[in-house]
Design a protein around this ligand. Structure first.
Ligand code: DX5
Ligand code: ZN
Length: 216
């Protein structure tokens, strides 16, 4: 499965958003990760549609939207319309995951579902065949710059085993506390998409950092 790095613009300099997104565009990263927070699902508010549109205009890479919002079914189609190639919602944020999946599919975007660190991997089983990707959170969602939770590695292995049986082409994305120091172990455990905020945007040479993560 192809290795993909998805720099998270949450750690970008919003005063120079276009410059920072263009850096990703030039780099070896294939996706741009966009964190949307509503102040309810997580205790933080990030940004919404106008910022997504500005990011969309600044890159030809795939735009990977991570929704940390309650009742995501209200908005998934609009995120797809405004530029998301991938729309990922949280399993804990909705009462109707099937409906959410259906709406994303209908909008033409790829479907991702995410779980927080304390949600059992097993809860994904009933919908695993209907999604293109699972995003395993390796920190509690809401903030960049947190420490990677080591138990996430076992969760990725468990999910990869489940996917081999139910959905062999499933992409497994991991998000939170990722850098070139743990990228190799994450790929080895069965993840193929790594999100990285601080480690990329705070690096002296972000493009080199991305390359080193890919080769980790
Ligand atoms: C956290 C977000 C992450 C965040 C990762 O809720 O989902 O995408 O930007 O930031 P780092 O890489 O700094 O942990
Ligand atoms: Zn994220």
């Amino acid at each position: 499965m192809k290795r993909i790095i998805a720099p998270s613009v949450l750690a970008a300099d919003f005063g120079h958003l276009e410059r920072d997104v263009r850096m990703v565009d030039r780099s070896a990263a294939d996706w741009v990760h966009v964190d949307v927070m509503d102040g309810l699902f997580v205790p933080n508010i990030s940004f919404g549609f106008p910022v997504l549109k500005a990011i969309r205009r600044a890159t030809t890479k795939l735009v990977d939207v991570h929704l940390m919002i309650v009742d995501p079914e209200r908005y998934v189609a609009r995120f797809a319309h405004d530029g998301a190639d991938w729309v990922t919602f949280h399993l804990e944020a909705t009462h109707d995951a099937e409906h959410c999946i259906h709406l994303i599919r209908e909008s033409g975007a790829k479907v991702g579902v995410s779980i927080k660190p304390k949600t059992a991997v097993e809860t994904l089983r009933p919908i695993l065949q209907e999604v293109d990707m699972v995003l395993i959170m390796s920190v509690e969602p809401g903030f960049g710059g947190q420490q990677f939770i080591p138990e996430s590695l076992d969760r990725i292995r468990e999910l990869r085993r489940m996917a081999e049986e139910l959905n062999p082409t499933l992409q497994i994305e991991v998000d939170g506390g990722i850098s070139k120091e743990n990228a190799g172990a994450l790929f080895e455990a069965g993840a193929n998409v790594l999100v990285a905020g601080s480690s990329v945007f705070k690096a002296e040479d972000p493009e080199l950092e991305i390359k080193q993560m890919l080769e980790a």
